[in-house]
Design a protein around this ligand. Structure first.
Ligand code: HEC
Length: 140
């Protein structure tokens, strides 16, 4: 009996978590050695182009065509993602965060995952936020 109600509680709290915005708590679970991994393809134009195509195929349906998020699925142009190390994002792509709706991408070959990361990092921070900040400082 007790075991069943425990399972019920886990399922319920899992459902509750799906209703809140992504909070980046996955970052705390990345081991130090993974955090420090370097992207062998960082900032390489070919890798960025290839990563963009993989992104379109696998990630755009949740994170948006331009990676600025869709519904509860977070933007990948956010400060959090743009400031995460390549190794941290690589860890997330390998492990996913399924209870919060982010699948694992361990089935994609490693070079493809590094290409996607090169692509994400090429996007820079949120464009709309930057333009509204610019609008605020415009003289009247
Ligand atoms: C089925 C929908 C779905 C797909 C497909 C998907 N994601 Fe996600 N992703 C999510 C959700 C939901 C989260 C938020 C998880 C959380 O709350 O921590 C997330 C989180 C992330 C984060 C961390 C964002 C943050 O602000 O903490 C990154 C980076 C990411 N995804 C990259 C990708 C990449 C790259 C792909 C394609 C290979 C991809 N995702 C495909 C749903 C998806």
């Amino acid at each position: 009996m007790r075991a069943f109600s425990f399972v019920g509680l886990v399922v319920l709290s899992g459902a509750a978590v799906l209703c809140v915005a992504a909070d980046g708590s996955w970052l705390k679970r990345v081991p130090e050695a993974d955090r420090k991994r370097m992207n062998p393809m960082a900032a390489q134009p070919d890798a960025i182009a290839a990563g963009g195509r993989v992104f379109e195929d696998h990630c755009a349906k949740c994170h948006g065509e331009d990676a600025s998020g869709r519904g509860k699925r977070p933007s990948l142009r956010s400060e959090r993602v743009q400031h995460a190390t390549d190794g941290e994002i690589f860890w997330l792509l390998r492990n996913g965060n399924l209870p919060k709706g982010m699948p694992t991408w361990a089935a994609l070959p490693e070079p493809m995952r590094w290409q996607i990361i090169a692509y994400i990092k090429s996007l820079g921070p949120n464009a709309p936020a930057a333009s509204s900040a610019a609008a605020d400082t415009k003289p009247n």
